[in-house]
Design a binder for this molecule. Structure first.
Ligand SMILES: O=C(O)CCC(=O)C(=O)O
Ligand SMILES: [Fe+2]
Length: 334
């Protein structure tokens, strides 16, 4: 099979291009979402400085002692995740049980080798955020600054999708205000090749995310893989683009529902990084990544939007609220 090639688009055209360029950008974005469930963007609106600060704060956060992190421990449950989740808590393999051929899931759980920090919007009152204010002053302020920037980029991507789908302006954006997104910082500890070879642990098992779209930055090590849809459930590495500020965007389950399967969520996993896959012993280095799960506002319906319901493509999903859908999905993870 020819090399897998994930489109890399210049998002600046959406803001500063001619009307034709704006339309072309919107259409190319939608085309990549339909074809791959993924796209890569340059000039996306998150500055180089902010990306460097993400890495700086992630390193500081995960370097805290277990005792410090336990002060903001996330208690598993169906509600949106807040604070620190330790290794082994969230299990992505539970989301796609049907895809694990040859694994007896009644005898074993396929675990994720990762820990993470999650938080919601600054204005959050329903599901309060948890911050290590005493142990890590300045962290909360940075996280909120990045949250706001990422939320704005996502709203712009929704505007570009409205253009690309030839939809009425505001149809997607109005379902995303007020913000209910989740920012996640991820740490994958160094792991022995021997452990990975047993096949029961992966950095993240194949899954789709629950929101509308997910923004992702990965460090220079890599390991994120997206489905190569020419052969279902086969995966190709998402390149790391050293020295260039590239954002990865994948479509998620809410988008599948809104678009009535015109777009389907991008299936992905975190695997042994490219270049290390033939390593027979020793260990795979630690890895950091940053994920922003862009969500619909909690009361918005995640049922199909009229624009995507036709005689040939009748509604595939019921009208339930974004919060009910989120709870349904999070429950599966634990
Ligand atoms: O770390 C990554 O590259 C991906 C993480 C991910 O897929 C998730 O947290 O949903
Ligand atoms: Fe994911």
């Amino acid at each position: 099979m020819a090399d897998f090639d994930l489109p890399l688009l210049d998002f600046d055209l959406f803001h500063n291009g001619t009307p034709e360029e704006r339309l072309q950008l919107g259409e190319a974005l939608v085309e990549s979402f339909i074809k791959h469930g993924f796209v890569r963007l340059r000039n996306h609106g998150i500055t180089d400085e902010m990306v460097q600060n993400i890495w700086k704060w992630e390193k500081k956060f995960f370097a805290m002692t277990e005792e410090q992190k336990l002060k903001i421990y996330h208690a598993p449950g169906p509600d949106p995740q807040r604070g620190w989740s330790k290794k082994g808590l969230e299990t992505t393999s539970k989301l796609r049980k049907e895809n694990y051929v040859g694994v007896d899931k009644s005898k074993t759980t396929l675990l994720d080798e990762k820990e993470h920090f999650d938080c919601g919007p600054k204005e959050e009152t329903q599901f309060p955020n948890l911050f290590p204010d005493e142990d890590l002053p300045g962290f909360r302020e940075f996280v909120y600054e990045y949250f706001e920037a990422a939320q704005n980029v996502c709203l712009d991507i929704m505007r570009a999708c409205e253009v690309g789908f030839h939809m009425e302006t505001g149809t997607l954006v109005e379902k995303c205000i007020p913000a209910a997104s989740e920012l996640r910082m991820l740490y994958y500890p160094e792991v022995a090749v021997e452990t990975l070879k047993k096949g029961l642990i992966k950095r993240a098992w194949p899954h789709t995310d629950f929101g509308i779209i997910t923004l992702l930055f990965q460090d220079g090590l890599g390991g994120l893989e997206c489905e190569d849809r020419r052969k279902p459930f086969s995966f190709a590495p998402v390149p790391v683009n050293p020295g260039e500020n590239v954002m990865v965007v994948n479509t998620s389950d809410t988008f599948t529902r809104w678009t009535n399967k015109v777009v389907t969520g991008g299936l992905h996993q975190v695997n042994t990084p490219p270049g290390l896959q033939n390593q027979q012993d020793g260990s795979i280095p630690e890895r950091y990544s940053s994920v922003f799960f862009f969500k619909a506002h909690r009361g918005a319906s995640v049922g199909p939007i009229k624009h995507f319901v036709t005689e040939e493509n009748p509604a595939h999903f019921p009208d339930i609220t974004a919060l009910d859908f989120h709870r349904e999905m999070t429950k599966i993870l634990y």
